[in-house]
Design a protein around this ligand. Sequence first.
Ligand code: NDP
Ligand code: OXD
Length: 318
Amino acid sequence: MMSAERILLSAPGWDSELWIGELEKHAPGRDIVLETDGATDPSIRFAVVWKQPEGLLSSLPNLKAIFSLGAGVDHIFKDTTLPDVPIVRIVSDDLTARMSEYVVWQVLDHHRNGPRYRRQQQNHSWGETRQQASADDVTVGIMGLGELGRDSAAKLNVLGFKVTGWSRRQQDVDGVTCFAGPEGFGDFLASADIFVVLLPLTDETRGILGLETFRRMTRRGPLGAPVLINAGRGGLQVEADIVAALDEGLLSAASLDVFEAEPLGKDSPLWEHPKVTVTPHAAASSNAARLAGPIVEQMKAYDRGEPLANLVDKSAGY
Ligand code: NDP
Ligand code: OXD
């Protein structure tokens, strides 16, 4: 008899034991199996994945749904053989709060001259910035007004920053001047001093953070040239263009959490660049204790015949 109680976990490089333990807590009686044991198993109906190997999911004959271990799903779409089943992504207050912490941290760091004071400290040099702009002199432009972008916008508003935002479809968000689509992109780029990127990586957004975009950003604000903060995906950015833009003064600084190739190569000029802050794709990590329960709840809802939430729009790619 076929067991109906197996869940595939495929997250190479992650702490599988931790995730298995947390998933098992919420799914008593269901075996959580790794791809090394589970591929082609007809008793697997659900797969929980982060950067799964190519072809793995299409080898499961009874797969009903794929659960991404992240909010982004570009890692799943890399597999060109995906089976035609729903894809569920992470939407979680915990992940959202973590991302907004990162965004507020980086925005405040640039707004309050953090990089400059750290350099001064290294040189034992004392130099107060007397002409500190007020938060309400500064506009933060958020690229991507989704789950993460909207929460960051609300928290930046509370601190007094003006906020603008850009999305694919026109959005209406309290406290945010909203722009949309290619037709709204130029006005959006002219609207802000600090750009926070929370876009998904899709065919439309790949490479959007390049020289052509940076040249269209305004340079009239209190920071001189704009600051770029990218916590979306590395594939959105052209790293050679970021370095060129910083060196030419098109950008004044960059905080990058994501990279074209991860881990960032040891010889990347970004590590040493005086205007770049690097974090290791850590803006909002997926927390097993917080996320395993909601993932399993969705499987149970599916089994009760209820619709899945947080579904990916496959035609849009996010
Ligand atoms: P959502 O799907 O909720 O929001 C995506 C936003 O991007 C939407 O506003 C969408 O527009 C907009 N967008 C998509 N395509 C385009 C386009 N072509 N032009 C303009 N706007 C576009 O995603 P989340 O907010 O949950 O997550 C965003 C991304 O953050 C993830 O895809 C992931 O890559 C990244 N991430 C990074 C983490 C990290 O640790 N660094 C952690 C978690 C997520 P519309 O509103 O019209 O749909
Ligand atoms: C995500 C991520 O997509 O961690 O959630 O990058």
